[in-house]
Design a protein around this ligand. Structure first.
Ligand code: B12
Ligand code: SF4
Length: 548
């Protein structure tokens, strides 16, 4: 490539999208910034093409003919050590590990688009940048926020000297990598994301549309990578800009009902800024339009704040880790058991929907501390408003206090998994027993389960590939895929397909898919099983004025 790059392909490498449909927000922010500067940008996901990954990625590369490719790595793994359907296991644990598949993507790019520069970035990448580039056999990366460095890269390419000077740049130098320090981040006002990437409409309509209030975390929880990813200081967005964004979403995205504030923890550093924001949300009535969710610490949290959260319809994910003070203290959490108890009490009093997140097996965990946490959980059992999600052991990531603890202990007890370069391969600290044994112990002790399946099934993948076609308004292709799917898969996607195709004015197609599904149900003698779907079809056909 001799001329300056113009076409940029941003690849979302998150295979876990097939389990949880999380929107590629980081790539969206970057695409928005690049487009603002005149670049032709496509965001694509090779796992959603409905074919095998290689064919899918080759199609994407042929269709987009990129000058530069950005690989977005959001997740290295799921951080969970007991995934029943995981693809990576060792003594006492099983998880999903994504890097080997990302390496396959890099190989496909190398053979199908040789010579095209590939630059890697994202939260997962920022954890172990040099080790990841080495593993993928690639030259360039960006740690932290990517919009400005990527713009600078495109301007500088192929001048290696200029590229080396870009803040946050990771650059291969022989067998080593040079990592330039990051420059201080400020939300670039002109680049505020005012639209979302339509081809991932299904994600933001179902799992929640992400909105950012601030970046950073000033805490030091032993296992956590977020201060590394976002920085140890908070950088706030102007409230008025956030409200403007919510109003824009309200006007432009009819079907979006859930907003996820993607802050590290919403209620940090104190309650003042976030309380003001919630009041500003309530002011114009945005709380009547949306349900809000975010992650919270148990402290700071008080009755006035709980009342505000309840009034604005917030659901909260509470980072509790443990109910045991010695474990919390050893793992540098800033809250204690009394804060958790107060916050859970307030959530109950104000009817706030709350998911309690726990990690069993962190340093300091013993059978006594486990039993203590289990006892406290029983005092706050799951109910209509409260549920538990937990994992076993702390995933050891490079650069965290937990990795220093593990490296300096000198013995390998309580370590599950290999200590690979950059701690890329899943590796856990889990005490007093292995993750699997701990899980069995806890399940045995608790009268309720918090099981997660995280199953990646083929039907769901096909349905998501169909949604991807629908979101790109490739109606003919979507209709063909729909017609060859089995009745379960058609039923799963019918409502979504009908609404999108009908709203775009393609009423003939809307009628066609409705009638073909109704016929398939009747011909297969499945009217009892799919009664609800048949009623929906009838209702929609009546709206189209197509009923006899
Ligand atoms: C909010 C959040 C969630 C929400 C998402 C809600 C929603 N609707 O979006 C929920 C709770 C659903 C969630 C789920 C999961 N999450 Co989460 N999540 C986060 C969190 C806190 C913020 C992510 C975010 O949106 N940030 C805002 C965006 C704009 O920032 P960004 O992604 O960092 O992007 C910037 C840069 O990274 C960079 N960049 C990004 N891509 C690229 C690409 C290139 C080429 C370049 C140059 C730069 C670049 O530029 C971007 C713009 O500045 C992060 C932690 C964190 N602080 O980053 C964890 C985090 C990413 N999640 C994590 C995990 C493990 C998960 C789950 C697997 C949990 C589970 N077991 O189910 C799932 C995965 C779901 C999926 N399919 O991906 C881990 C990943 C760790 C790892 N091993 O890699 C993190 C780091 C949390 C942690 N403490 O460990 N998550
Ligand atoms: S767990 Fe939460 S509070 Fe602790 S360092 Fe991570 S983001 Fe910050």
């Amino acid at each position: 490539m001799l001329s300056k790059p113009e076409r940029v392909l941003l690849l979302y490498t998150d295979r876990y999208y097939l389990v949880k449909q999380v929107y590629p927000f980081g790539l969206d922010i970057i695409a928005n910034a690049l487009r603002h500067h005149g670049y032709d940008v496509t965001i694509a996901c090779p796992f959603l093409t409905g074919t095998d990954t290689e064919t899918g990625l080759e199609e994407i590369l042929t269709d987009t003919a990129p000058d530069v490719i950005g690989l977005g790595i959001r997740n290295l793994d799921t951080t969970m050590s007991c995934e029943p359907f995981g693809n990576f296991e060792g003594h006492g644990y099983r998880t999903f590990y994504f890097l080997p598949e990302i390496r396959c993507l890099a190989d496909i790019i190398r053979s199908h688009a040789p010579g095209i520069p590939v630059i890697v970035g994202g939260g997962g990448f920022t954890i172990s940048p040099a080790a990841i580039l080495k593993e993928l056999g690639l030259e360039y990366g960006v740690v932290g926020e990517g919009e400005i460095p990527l713009l600078q890269f495109l301007e500088a390419f192929p001048d290696q000297k200029k590229i080396a000077e870009i803040p946050g740049m990771v650059l291969r130098q022989g067998d080593n990598f040079q990592i330039s320090s990051r420059s201080a981040y400020a939300f670039p006002k002109a680049l505020a994301p005012m639209k979302r990437e339509k081809r991932f409409n299904y994600a933001y309509e179902t799992a929640g549309l992400p909105v950012q209030v601030k970046r950073g975390c000033n805490q030091h929880c032993s296992y956590c990578v977020e201060p590394q990813i976002e920085g140890g200081r908070f950088i706030f967005r102007a409230h008025d800009e956030i409200i403007r964004e919510l109003e824009m979403i309200s006007q432009s995205y009819d079907e979006v009902r859930k907003i996820f504030f993607v802050d590290t923890e919403f209620n940090l550093p104190d309650l003042s800024s976030c309380s003001t924001l919630i009041r500003k949300i309530i002011g114009p009535g945005l709380h009547e339009r949306f349900r809000f969710s975010s992650q919270f610490l148990p402290n700071p949290f008080d009755a006035e704040f709980a009342e505000l959260l309840a009034a604005s319809g917030f659901s909260i994910i509470l980072t509790c880790d443990s109910f045991s003070d010695p474990v919390l203290e050893k793992n540098r959490s800033s809250h204690r058991q009394r804060h958790i108890a107060t916050t859970l009490g307030l959530c109950e009093q104000f009817g706030i929907d709350c998911t309690v997140n726990l990690i069993f097996g962190l340093p300091g965990e013993s059978h006594a501390t486990l039993d203590h946490t289990i006892g406290e959980m029983m005092k706050f059992p799951p109910n209509a408003f409260r549920r538990y999600e937990y994992t076993m052991g702390g995933r050891v990531y490079q650069g965290t206090p937990l990795s220093h603890f593990v490296e300096t202990r000198g013995d390998a007890s309580h370590i599950y998994g290999k200590k690979t370069e950059g701690f890329l391969e899943p590796c856990y600290y889990c005490s007093p027993e292995s993750p699997m044994k701990l899980k069995a112990y806890i399940e045995n002790a608790l009268p309720f389960s918090a099981d997660y399946q995280n199953h990646q099934d083929t039907d769901k993948s096909r349905s998501l590939a169909l949604a991807y076609l629908i979101d790109q308004e490739k109606w003919e292709d979507a209709a063909i895929k729909f017609s060859v799917s089995d009745i379960d898969a058609q039923t799963f996607m019918y409502d979504y397909f009908f609404r999108k195709v009908a709203n775009s004015g393609e009423t003939g197609m809307a009628k066609q898919i409705s009638q073909s599904l109704a016929e398939a149900i009747c011909q297969n003698d499945q009217t009892a099983r799919y009664g609800e779907t048949l009623s929906l079809i009838q209702y929609y056909l009546s709206i189209l004025g197509a009923l006899p």
